[in-house]
Design a protein around this ligand. Structure first.
Ligand code: NOJ
Length: 739
């Protein structure tokens, strides 16, 4: 529809019709079978609200969506189409690895491609918007949602956020098979206190503006259709009523012109946070702050009309919000075709599965290998653990993914005729743990996901362990249950589920040749497992093609190339920990390790067990110290950092060359270092390549003592290397000065 017609449409709408566009309801008001991703609570929409609500979340199934759309449009006075939204977080039917795993690939092109498939599949079923990507920087693996983030680094979150967004939206020209993306949770939710879901956030303004806002700043340039307000408060003002954040920073400074949607119930929650005396005040505060869509709270549907009639909210403000929503629908092509993109592509196509497999392979991170991997496909190996015959490689955020589409490791191994002995050994969770995690709908896990293992005699399973001898090699595939990560899945302990820990001990008593493959939605407390394993491969929640990826990597058909997007802590007590933690005084020095008067724990090291950016390969790489030259002058000044990377081993593989910056001396305390560029390089043995990173002067800007931006005259150091703790060399310089 052209802009004139769209404006005409808006001007003909009644106030209720307009308010309807600003209300999002879950699919259960339209169909009993919708997926619920939150609590319905007090939301009891009147009949007019259901008739005019502008968007629906969590509804699935092309035929159902088509029927709801047809009925809705017929009854709507202006026949405005509904917009169906859902949490398509890491795939619709073809499930890619969780975002944290995707980030470990350090391969944005693959992330982009996976998002394109997700968009095509979702769109073909009628879903035209997703609440993704989540670019919440997180250094706290207790938080269940770290699985949905791109990890601990602001820059990596930004790069991957852009890649995913562009994959969904098609470089900003949404239409056809494209869907609208949504950057979330604006902003800082990854710093949730103590890693506890729905907790508040306490951050310095500087850290908030620099590190936590950085991915949003970066990704807003990719023109997201929506931004979602987070649940928490920033400097004690909840985001959904935070005018400074939404109006001045997001719309003003960052120039965001799309739709602002609240998180589920976040507007109504202002009352619970005791910053609004009731739902009416909550609605007023959120509308004044510029929140365009109220997702599933009673506030807008019950009070916005009254607030306009009383003159407390101007109708022109309502018009601005509705205009943005109508524009989004228009960009999606819904006015021309309310079924745009439907039935245009098939789900689980061979190409989509190939993409998911590649991403799953590149997401896995090999953090330890004492020469045991890769295994020889001819050698006798035991594969043990509950994940070898499980299809549970998806996640709680794969809400439309189906376990039936996931192959098991057992099937993959048998399909390749690899001679192995299989010992599932135990359930993923004990009955007590199943209860704690509300896993499997209260049904015993065998009846739920692991249906085919219902009649297993566990004593007999354990009996298999007795066959393992001292010189045998065992691949143990262990990890968290799907229910243990995602939304509302914070953990205080990051250990293996109890039965699996027992199984590990049992195996470790028989042989030391253990390869542990870890399935998880977060970094776990791995130290004890690491001490007694000869190799560890972190596979995260690898998605539909997870089993294939794991088998390929273990047998060396692919070389691992993933790097940690979030470091593995030494133990839970070290959390939160990150490579970019602020520089301190009382620094621990290698020259005087016995000094107790320094910033340290007395009982553990200061460094994580495996740091950000770390990951091994089956081949070796050498990176040369960096060279630097400057280009341009003044505002246009750029720093060009170059180095060479060479595959010095005897098999092909990929290295991620990482470039970090630190301030040598600044008026304020700053992060120890920050990732500023990276490049994944695939090389055949003996081959080398020159890498150059061009960095704009403005990328070095930070806030000074009075929050004034400092954009030059500060001595800086750039290091290049293959992890945050392993530099090949460094170069010092000053922007705005001479080399
Ligand atoms: C609440 C979550 O915080 C958010 O990320 C999600 O998109 C919505 N629920 C909708 O399911």
């Amino acid at each position: 529809m052209d802009t004139r017609d769209l404006k005409r449409l808006l001007s003909g709408m009644s106030l209720r019709e307009k308010i309807g566009q600003m209300i999002q309801l879950t699919g259960m008001y339209f169909d009993e079978e919708a997926v619920l991703t939150g609590t319905v609570g007090e939301v009891k929409p009147e009949e007019w609200v259901i008739r005019y609500a502008g968007s629906v979340l969590g509804m699935d199934g092309a035929d159902k969506i088509r029927a709801v759309q047809e009925k809705y449009m017929e009854e709507h006075p202006h026949h405005i189409p509904l917009l169906f939204m859902a949490d398509i977080i890491h795939g619709y039917k073809t499930i890619a690895p969780i975002p944290l795993g995707q980030a470990c690939s350090f391969h944005p092109e693959l992330v982009h491609e996976a998002a394109e498939y997700a968009a095509a599949e979702a769109s073909s079923e009628g879903i035209k918007a997703t609440f993704s990507p989540m670019v919440d920087v997180s250094k706290d693996p207790r938080w269940g949602r770290i699985m949905e983030s791109f990890g601990e680094d602001p820059f990596l979150n930004g790069v991957m956020g852009i890649a995913m967004l562009e994959g969904y939206q098609g470089y900003g020209s949404i239409g056809g098979a494209r869907i609208a993306g949504c950057l979330k949770h604006f902003a800082g939710y990854g710093a949730v206190n103590a890693g506890k879901e729905y907790n508040d956030v306490e951050l310095s303004r500087r850290t908030f503006m620099e590190q936590y806002m950085k991915p949003f700043r970066m990704a807003v340039y990719a023109d997201p259709a929506m931004v979602m307000t987070a649940f928490h408060a920033v400097d004690r003002t909840p985001v959904s009523k935070n005018r400074e954040l939404l109006e001045e920073i997001l719309r003003g400074e960052l120039g965001f012109g799309g739709t602002i949607i609240s998180d589920w119930g976040a507007i109504g929650q202002l009352e619970e946070q005791q910053v609004a005396s009731g739902q009416k005040e909550a609605a007023c505060a959120a509308a004044e702050a510029g929140v365009d869509i109220d997702m599933m709270s009673p506030a807008y549907m019950s009070h916005l009309e009254e607030l306009v009639e009383e003159g407390r909210i101007l109708e022109s403000a309502i018009d601005r919000s509705v205009w943005r929503i109508l524009q989004m629908k228009n960009r999606l092509g819904l006015f021309e075709d309310p079924f745009a993109g439907m039935k245009r592509s098939v789900c689980l196509s061979p190409a989509a599965k190939r993409g998911a497999l590649r991403l799953a392979c590149e997401s896995c991170v090999l953090v330890k290998n004492e020469g045991i991997l890769p295994l020889d496909p001819g050698q006798k190996v035991f594969w043990a653990g509950p994940y070898i015959d499980s299809r549970e490689f998806l996640s709680r955020w794969a809400i439309f993914g189906e376990h039936a589409d996931v192959e098991t490791i057992e099937t993959v191994l048998k399909g390749r005729k690899i001679p192995v002995k299989l010992i599932p050994g135990c359930e993923i969770l004990s009955e007590e743990e199943m209860r704690i995690w509300c896993a499997g709908d209260g049904k015993p896990v065998e009846e739920g996901i692991q249906g085919d293992r219902k009649d297993v005699d566990w004593q007999k399973q354990y009996a298999g362990v007795e066959e393992i001898r001292e010189d045998d090699t065992v691949v143990l595939v262990l990890g968290e249950h799907e229910a243990q990560s995602g939304e509302a899945a914070s953990r205080a302990f990051l250990d293996l589920p109890e039965r699996q820990a027992e199984l590990f001990d049992m195996v470790a008593r028989r042989t030391s040749h253990i390869v542990t493959v870890m399935i998880s939605g977060r970094p776990l407390d791995l130290r004890r497992i690491a001490e007694r394993s000869e190799a560890i491969l972190l596979a995260w929640r690898p998605g539909t093609m997870g089993a294939q990826a794991i088998v390929r990597l273990i047998y060396g058909e692919e070389s691992p190339s993933g790097k940690l997007a979030a470091g593995i802590p030494w133990c839970t007590g070290q959390i939160p920990v990150s490579y970019w933690d602020m520089t301190t005084g009382h620094r621990m020095s290698e020259a005087d390790p016995g000094n107790r008067f320094c910033s340290r724990y007395m009982d553990i090291p200061n460094t994580p067990l495996y740091p950000f950016g770390f990951g091994l390969s089956y081949t070796e790489f050498e990176i040369t110290p960096p060279q630097m030259r400057k280009e341009g002058a003044g505002e246009e000044e750029r720093i060009c950092v170059s180095c060479r990377v060479k595959n010095t081993g005897d098999s092909s593989g990929a290295e991620v060359v990482q470039c970090y910056v630190e301030t040598i001396c600044a008026p304020v305390v700053r992060p120890a270092k920050e990732l500023i560029r990276f490049r994944k390089v695939f090389l055949e043995p003996g081959r080398e390549r020159e890498i150059e990173f061009a960095i704009e002067r403005k990328e070095f800007v930070f806030y000074g003592e009075d929050m004034e931006p400092i954009d030059g005259g500060i001595p800086l150091r750039i290091t290049v290397g293959n992890s945050s703790y392993n530099a090949a060399g460094s170069v010092d310089f000053t922007v705005g000065g001479s080399v």
